[in-house]
Ligand binder design. Structure first.
Ligand code: CP
Ligand code: NVA
Length: 332
């Protein structure tokens, strides 16, 4: 079993975007998550969060992030309290600054999911405790730790591998994935229509980081060109939480960007050298309320259910990577 090694420099540290950590620190967090996963599989119970209290403030819905936090805290002897929607005064009857100062007196750490990146930054500024970004409109850094861990489980050394993200090129997952790939030396292609291009400043920053590792960051409009030689195809919903009014436009723009078997074949890397990733929740052939209403389907069912789909490993790894974050920041 891997030894549990926690970098002392991560004590008290927040995760607001992936650039809250150096490239090495980010990779060490993934090493730690791998070790924590092996330890749990061996049936060894941890106590690294003994008597630690974590609050989860969610303005948007969640299955994976919310439950990963709860299980991660419980596994290590700590507790996580969920505060959803308007259950508290947070951000509507009381300012974020005041709520941060109250919650920071009561809790050892705060995980926030919501709309504004500014909120998670203010929580970190005023609470006095570590704050973790569990998704904002701009970024989703905890997701990408799990994605990189899943890539590592598939390929071992991931430096120089090629990951292609298909779909809404300017959403939270695409932004953080670009940064995470840059920091890990993974060649990244954002394949998206011209109407949904990522922020050029973010692309420039990712390119600077990738250059340190000799890897590349590209933006491409043509799916067949983008996927050539890919080791991983990644997609996300076409309409993110809070953007439901854009559904019709997104369907029109993104239908040609669906991940299907033809696209997988166009990688030239079928089978063992290609994996499919999705942060989930996903629209494939599933019967959900939203997919019935919109007809959105960013991934074909046969790809989602294929033997090269790693989406449920990826979902499980959310918990191990969030646990790595918690135990690092709250180490004694
Ligand atoms: N991938 C992800 O963040 O899932 P949830 O929205 O279920 O938390
Ligand atoms: N881009 C998606 C990610 C969900 C995990 C959203 O923000 O809804």
């Amino acid at each position: 079993m891997n030894e549990i090694t926690i970098n002392p420099a991560l004590k008290g540290r927040s995760l607001l975007t992936l650039n809250s950590f150096t490239d090495d620190e980010m990779c060490e967090l993934i090493d730690l998550a791998v070790a924590l996963k092996a330890r749990k599989a061996a049936g060894v119970r941890g106590d690294l969060l003994h008597r630690r209290n974590i609050v989860l403030i969610f303005e948007k819905g969640s299955t994976r992030t919310r439950n990963s936090c709860i299980v991660a805290a419980q596994d290590e002897g700590g507790a996580a309290q969920y505060l959803g929607g308007h259950e508290t005064h947070f951000g509507h009857k009381e300012s974020v600054k005041d709520s941060a100062r109250v919650l920071g007196r009561l809790y050892d750490g705060i995980l926030f999911r919501g709309f504004s990146q500014r909120t998670v930054e203010d929580l970190a500024k005023y609470s006095g405790v570590p704050v973790w970004n569990g998704l904002t409109d701009e970024s989703h850094p905890t997701q990408i730790l799990a994605d990189l861990m899943t890539l590592r489980e598939a390929f071992g050394d991931i430096g120089g591998r090629k990951l292609v993200y298909m779909g809404d090129g300017r959403n939270n997952v695409a932004n953080s994935l670009m940064m995470g790939c840059a920091k890990a030396g993974v060649n990244y292609v954002n394949c998206t229509p011209r109407e949904l291009l990522p922020d050029p400043a973010l692309v420039a920053r990712a390119r600077e980081i990738a250059a340190r590792h000799g890897s590349t960051i590209d933006v491409e409009n043509d799916p067949a060109v983008a996927v050539r030689g890919a080791n991983a195809l990644y997609t996300d919903v076409w309409v993110s939480m809070g953007e439901e009014d854009k559904t019709a436009e997104r369907l029109r723009l993104l239908r040609p960007y669906q991940v299907n078997m033809d696209l997988c074949r166009a990688t030239g890397n079928p089978g063992g050298e290609l994996i499919f990733l999705h942060c989930l929740p996903a629209f494939h052939d599933c019967e959900t309320e939203v997919s019935r209403e919109t007809g959105a389907q960013e991934v074909a069912d046969d790809v989602f259910e294929s033997d090269f789909s790693r989406v449920f490993d990826e979902a499980e790894n959310r918990m191990h990577t969030i646990k790595a974050l918690f135990v690092s920041a709250l180490q004694r």
